[in-house]
Design a protein around this ligand. Sequence first.
Ligand SMILES: [Mg+2]
Ligand SMILES: [Zn+2]
Length: 183
Amino acid sequence: MNKAFFLDRDGVVNVEVDYLSDPGQVVIIPGVPEALKLLKQHGFKTIVVTNQSGVARGMYSEADVLAVHRRIRELLAGDGAEIDDFFYCLHHEKYSGPCNCRKPAPGMLLEAAKKYEIDCPHSVMVGDRLSDIAAGRAAGCGKVYLVKTGYGCEVIRNSDVSGIPVAEDLLDAVRQYLGSPEP
Ligand SMILES: [Mg+2]
Ligand SMILES: [Zn+2]
């Protein structure tokens, strides 16, 4: 079995831009390439799981989502880093009906776990919203981190985050976890 870090995309890997669809607007958050390299060295798969309801809302297309993912890969490759796979949900209950993949549902994590034989109890979810944390927990991840990048600070200010481990950013989450892995 493999172990993985499941990563929310916007606000964790790249700088949060509402309904990001233009590859030209992709900016990688500092420390992310180093975090991905550390994870690879330690044998973790790195899997992005991202809600992209902008497609259901008719704001942009699946091709735009894929173009953003190509740009993320390209920028990371420039720093010698990579993400193993991207899973995305294009749905929104109001526009396209219910689905099992839109976080806080765990569908994308479970699909990735099946594809890559990932052992969720030895895997980690990192996100900047409570829906990311809920998805990680619902998938049975052994650890979750709420990062302060993206919407993280706003979430911490406005919600009850007791019981949720907090990290400054992805690199901090990775360092914390590698320093004291659980379980
Ligand atoms: Mg996010
Ligand atoms: Zn979905």
